[in-house]
Design a protein around this ligand. Structure first.
Ligand SMILES: CC(C)(COP(=O)(O)OP(=O)(O)OC[C@H]1O[C@@H](n2cnc3c(N)ncnc32)[C@H](O)[C@@H]1OP(=O)(O)O)[C@@H](O)C(=O)NCCC(=O)NCCS
Length: 146
């Protein structure tokens, strides 16, 4: 894993607008490049965001993002490049991302909200030690301590 840089903006934008990703996101509509570019640069500069890129054989394969909500608590999201899905990389990235964020002192408690239809995501969060806390409509809330 490595920290995201400005040059990762395009990959993250493409992955975000993938149909499968949109179907499980809070905002299902596509994001324009201009909207994304502005948002991404703000996030990179924001000390309450940690954006990590997963690498495999020099290729970028996905992004894990942590948004700190309150002291030492961060919401986690993960999105793999569409051609990197279904190969077991999600759990590796999620574990490595949480280890990076806790070793870095960024957060000690990780929250995640996952759509009930998103079974592969639920599985990787459980494999990474997250526990399901509650259900809120179509969303399941998960948490893990570092
Ligand atoms: C969700 C995501 C990160 C999962 O990572 P992945 O590496 O592609 O996950 P996999 O397809 O290898 O599946 C992970 C596990 O779920 C299981 N799984 C996959 N689809 C399943 C299904 N329909 N029902 C039950 N289990 C399923 C797999 O068998 C695997 O289990 P295993 O490790 O015991 O073999 C990735 O697919 C992705 O980026 N999706 C789009 C964005 C997204 O959904 N992000 C999460 C938002 S909360």
């Amino acid at each position: 894993m490595r920290r995201a840089i400005v040059a990762d903006a395009h990959d993250i934008w493409r992955w975000r607008n993938d149909e499968t990703t949109r179907a499980v996101s809070r905002k299902a509509t596509a994001v324009t490049w201009e909207e994304h570019r502005v948002w991404f640069e703000q996030r990179l500069a924001n000390l309450d965001s940690l954006i990590l890129i997963g690498m495999a054989d020099e290729r970028t394969v996905g992004v894990v993002r942590f948004d700190r909500t309150v002291d030492q608590t961060a919401e986690v999201s993960i999105n793999l490049a569409p051609d990197a899905r279904g190969q077991g990389l999600g759990k590796e990235l999620l574990r490595a991302g949480c280890a990076f964020a806790s070793n870095d002192g960024f957060a000690a408690i990780f929250d995640a909200e996952i759509r009930s239809i998103n079974l592969s995501s639920q599985r990787i969060f459980e494999q990474a030690g997250f526990v399901r806390l509650e259900t809120q409509g179509p969303w399941l809330r998960y948490q893990r301590s570092a």
